[in-house]
Design a protein around this ligand. Structure first.
Ligand SMILES: N[C@@H](CCC(=O)N[C@@H](CS)C(=O)NCC(=O)O)C(=O)O
Length: 203
């Protein structure tokens, strides 16, 4: 049994979607932000961030993109290309691109004050740069969709993109209006029972 620790609507949605789609036994525990700085949680993730995933063997792993790479290898399915293929190379490429760039840019956008030593005045330009970076990054993703990230077939990298699209400010719909391929992918994913279930649990 996997045990996922997350917060509603946060980065834990990506492994939550993966566990649900792969049909493996798991539990999800949603914690409040204050819990992330407790000694109990810091033992699981010294960065004090969710998600954290306790594996069936009892050890814990962190980093959402690594969780998807791991889970799709441990539980092969049609939602990830076979390791060693070109499609798998692109699957990994986009997982890392999304987590290293888009996720990170969202953190600068929503927590701009953490990225400056000059208080509120410093936060505004950090946030503005992050907004510009998000536009560029989503533009790169839109151009790459064929119609999915790793090629013609849906993979869990697309679910990761979907999670990130739901964080768009002011609304996901505004992102989809600018980037119709990302919008079409989101609509397709929202038609999946596993995605609906996870969305409901994160509401
Ligand atoms: N690179 C990490 C990022 C994790 C992360 O930043 N999580 C956010 C939630 S989306 C968090 O726990 N923030 C709590 C905080 O910073 O106080 C991953 O992909 O798992």
């Amino acid at each position: 049994m996997y045990k996922l620790i997350g917060r509603k609507g946060s980065g834990s949605m990506a492994p939550h979607l993966a566990l649900e789609e792969l049909g493996v036994p798991y539990t999800i525990t949603f914690v409040e932000r204050e819990h992330l700085s407790t000694p109990e949680f810091l033992k699981l993730n010294p960065m004090g961030r969710v998600p954290a995933l306790v594996l069936p063997t009892g050890q814990t792993m962190v980093e959402s993109a690594a969780m998807l790479a791991y889970l799709t290898t441990a539980h092969p399915s049609e939602l990830a290309p076979k390791p060693g293929t070109l499609a798998h190379a692109y699957f990994l490429q986009w997982l890392v691109f999304l987590s290293a760039n888009v996720y990170e840019t969202y953190l600068r956008f929503f927590y701009a004050d953490r990225y400056t030593a000059s208080g509120e005045a410093g936060a505004a330009p950090v946030k503005a740069q992050a907004a510009a970076d998000l536009e560029k990054q989503f533009g790169i993703v839109e151009a790459a969709l064929l119609p999915c990230l790793a090629g013609p077939d849906l993979t869990l990298a697309d679910h990761y993109l979907y999670m990130l699209s739901t964080w768009y400010d002011p609304t996901a719909a505004a992102l989809y209006a600018k980037h119709p391929r990302i919008g079409a992918l989101a609509k397709r994913l929202e038609g999946r029972a596993a995605v609906q279930k996870v969305l409901k649990e994160n509401a």
